[in-house]
Write a new protein. Structure first.
Length: 142
């Protein structure tokens, strides 16, 4: 398995990312313009894991931002195809994102969110040293 930052999204890459987004959420749909925007921006970085045949089997996104309290980042959309789950690939994706943040100095603090139903993912994040924060998360469509 190779994990790299995606800098160009081919049509085949998009189809594979579309499948991963379907695994991540049944309510979200992949959008080619959004994927292209994510990989073009300097504050977001899409990492993909490819198997030996070059197929994308996992991904995660790192979003960096600076606010008055410092440089922060979030790790978003960590997802692995069901047939590759349980192989350590999710951990490797998160580690790649963390290595990127450490090597670039783009953030001093990183957060991530995960639905409680994703039991294995939540256990992984705790094993990796992430601490669960007591907070409320609110969303609003604008």
């Amino acid at each position: 398995m190779q994990i790299n930052r995606l800098t160009l999204c081919t049509d085949e890459d998009f189809r594979q990312i579309e499948t991963l987004i379907g695994v991540l959420s049944t309510s979200c749909k992949a959008n080619r313009e959004i994927i292209d925007e994510v990989i073009a921006k300097e504050d977001s970085h899409l990492f993909v894991a490819r198997n030996e045949e070059g197929k994308i089997v996992g991904m995660t996104t790192v979003c960096c931002f600076t606010i008055p309290t410092g440089r922060h980042a979030t790790i978003e959309d960590v997802v692995v195809l069901p047939e590759c789950q349980g192989t350590g690939l999710g951990r490797r994706l998160v580690e790649e994102a963390l290595d990127y943040l450490r090597s670039t100095g783009k953030a001093y603090k990183v957060g991530l969110t995960s639905k409680p139903a994703r039991v294995a993912a939540n256990a992984l994040y705790r094993k990796m040293g992430f601490k669960q924060k007591e907070t409320n998360v609110y969303t609003l469509d604008v």
